[in-house]
Design a binder for this molecule. Sequence first.
Ligand SMILES: C[S@@+](CC[C@H](N)C(=O)[O-])C[C@H]1O[C@@H](n2cnc3c(N)ncnc32)[C@H](O)[C@@H]1O
Length: 225
Amino acid sequence: MSTPAPNPVVAPDHIHALLNRLHQESLTQEAALPSTYLSSPEGFDDLMRDKFIALDQDKCQFVYQLARAIGARNIVEIGTSFGVSTIYLALAVGSNLDHLGGEGKVIATEKEHTKAERARQHWKEAGDSLVTRHIDLREGDLLETLKNNIPQIDLILLDIWAPVALPALKLLEPRLRSGAVVIIDNSISSATRYKELLDHLRSPTSGYTNLTLPYSNGLEMCVKV
Ligand SMILES: C[S@@+](CC[C@H](N)C(=O)[O-])C[C@H]1O[C@@H](n2cnc3c(N)ncnc32)[C@H](O)[C@@H]1O
């Protein structure tokens, strides 16, 4: 009998159960979406207002493991939705602070008030001490909410509609520490939509090293060197 795939996430059972439930809800919703949903700008925000579109569970586990490996204290999540990936980031930051000391936060971003409210409910269900207290949720357009009070950044998770991706990264670039990691979801399936962003990151003068990880639809791992 083979052993189950290991899960790096250190958390109590109720958080694992919550994460499993939220990922399942997200997958069920996505399966019901029309296949063209990403390429129909008309009514897009309305369609997405009650949708998770959560980062896949295996990718969330990878980002958690990465955040632990680099001892990330300050993480910016570009696109929070109902707060699923945020839970992984908050758990990682909490463990890093416990082990390494110092201060840190996950800066989360969501423009839709109703989505921000659902995210807060999920974090409350996970618990204040392990999750909520490590999150600074900035509600509103992230091109405004990320203009000020940004610490030196260890890790960015970029999981956002394409038109906002490059402007958001450019806004944060001055705050990236050397060796900071930028993770971009769907770098294969959304390569056309993310063209400007990927061209920027992969340009020889950009100061990043880039790697496309072979997760479903691609996951780009870029290191600021
Ligand atoms: C793909 S979802 C994020 C999923 C989330 N990372 C997770 O794993 O649960 C992207 C989110 O970004 C939000 N968003 C899009 N444009 C935004 C903007 N300009 N400012 C803030 N949030 C934005 C959308 O409302 C949507 O909820």
